[in-house]
Design a protein around this ligand. Structure first.
Ligand code: GAP
Length: 436
């Protein structure tokens, strides 16, 4: 019986993340801060890989999308225009006895699930965090931490249009932190109060919006599958008309089968012309596009695939996690796509002693010039393979005493555990082919 036995699948992911340095509770030495998380040495690599894979697919590999990085604090009028000040709220109820708070729309009855007592009537609770700009804490100095990155894109529409001279259809993408004072959080990094988003706002001619909505829905599903999520763990859920956000004409969620059940991984919305029109009204600036073909100004419609970085990280961790037979025992392995895995190659010399160490270190320095790699010479080779499997390292390169004679090393594959002897002179090409 190990410490891991008897844990739920989510508890195992949390435990692995903590133990191996993917994700820690925020401010842990002070007991942690509810629903805030810190990415550790492996987590930060993985998170950056997820963001880079998205950025490459959405921005760098396309001619019709450009990137942006806007500030978290924005002019107060932005949130008036966007509708967030008036409408970005959830119904809050509180238990009259134990004072626990819940989202009324997530409860099955009007009774406290903790102590079976009555709840207060629901009141709307705005999810935006408030703070003050400058030294005086007064009404006029209130600013909000952005609850989505999208608004930074809308208010820069004109700037991007004039500086890039893009023609419709085109998109503007951004990644960055967002903040929501969620009433209920939980399920590890699934729902937190500080999180990161990857959003694309794709501007299209009115009338072509549903075509583009379908296009981006398929693109985003394919992206998750390309990077290793099992297709049977993904599904689309269209929002009913009555449940749509105030800005949306239609919306579908890409849902993932998380350990707690099917839940939203990413939302794809047709925002119509709501945002540009609202910002034009509130700013007094014309936010339209001059259509050279028809010689008229039009307000484009917006298709928005909006993804959570942390939810994507969690989905990759959950989907990759496996406990598999290994000889007479069980190994824990993360079957991460090489592009997502924090470390691509581990170099493992069979002995710490010279001249083998010198040979292995030379190989390591050539590998790390191209990929994020690690060097591990502690404990038995079996334990070292296990350590790398558990953090998802796709390939291990083992140098043994024979390597000194024949200038060959063993490449071990994480998924198949197959071991192949290859010449050191060809090693980099072989690794490149395997890592893709
Ligand atoms: N601009 C549109 C927008 O923000 P959303 O459905 O509210 O839409 C988009 O959020 C994505 O952001 C979600 O699909 C989810 O991946 C992520 N997200 C939203 N709230 C989150 C939270 N509290 N914690 C972690 N991720 C969150």
């Amino acid at each position: 019986m190990t410490e891991e036995d008897g844990k739920t699948p989510m508890e195992k992911i949390v435990s692995l993340s903590r133990r191996r340095g993917f994700i820690f509770p925020s401010s842990e030495i002070y007991g942690g801060l509810s629903s805030c998380w810190d990415y550790g040495p492996l987590g930060v690599e993985m998170k950056r890989n997820v963001k880079q894979a998205w950025w490459h697919a959405i921005v760098q590999s396309r001619d019709d999308v450009v990137g942006l990085d806007t500030s978290i604090l924005m002019h107060p009028k932005v949130w008036e225009a966007s509708g967030h000040l008036a409408g970005f709220s959830d119904p809050l109820v509180e238990c009259l006895k134990c004072h626990l708070r819940y989202r009324a729309d997530q409860l099955e009855s009007q009774i406290c699930p903790e102590c079976n007592q009555a709840l207060t009537a629901p009141r709307q609770f705005n999810l935006m965090f408030k703070t003050f700009m400058g030294p005086v804490e007064e009404e006029a100095a209130i600013v909000h931490l952005r609850p989505e990155t999208a608004q930074g894109i809308f208010v820069n529409f004109e700037n991007v249009l004039t500086t890039t001279r893009k023609k419709l259809p085109f998109g503007i993408a951004q990644q960055g932190k967002s903040f929501r004072n969620e009433i209920t959080t939980g399920n590890f990094i699934f729902r937190s109060r500080e999180f990161e988003q990857m959003e694309l706002e794709f501007f299209v001619r009115p009338g072509t919006d549903m075509e583009w909505f379908d296009y981006w829905t398929q693109e985003r599903l394919s992206w998750f599958i390309r990077y290793g999520i099992k297709p049977e763990h993904l599904r689309l859920r269209a929002h009913e008309q009555a449940a749509l956000a105030h800005y949306a004409r239609c919306c579908s969620d890409i849902e993932y089968l998380f350990p707690m059940g099917w839940s939203e991984l990413e939302g794809i919305a047709n925002r119509g012309d709501f945002d540009l029109k609202q910002h034009a009204i509130f700013s007094g600036k014309s936010l339209s596009y001059y259509d050279e073909d028809n010689k008229e100004a039009i307000v484009p419609c917006i298709i928005e695939p909006s993804s959570g970085v942390d939810r994507a990280v969690l989905a990759f961790l959950c989907d990759g996690y496996a406990e598999e037979p290994d000889k007479d025992d069980i190994r824990t392995v993360l079957h991460l796509h090489p592009a997502i895995a924090p470390i691509k190659v581990a170099v493992l010399p069979l002995s710490k002693k010279e001249p083998l160490a010198e040979l292995a270190k030379g190989i390591y320095s050539r590998i790390r010039a191209r990929w994020n790699a690690t060097y591990d010479d502690a404990q038995s080779i079996g334990r070292r393979y296990r350590r790398q499997d558990e953090i998802g390292t796709p390939l291990c390169v083992t140098a043994d005493f024979q390597s000194l004679e024949d200038q060959q090393v063993t490449v071990r594959d994480r998924d198949t555990m197959a071991q192949t002897r290859v010449p050191i002179a060809e090693l980099l090409d072989i690794l490149a082919e395997k890592l893709g």
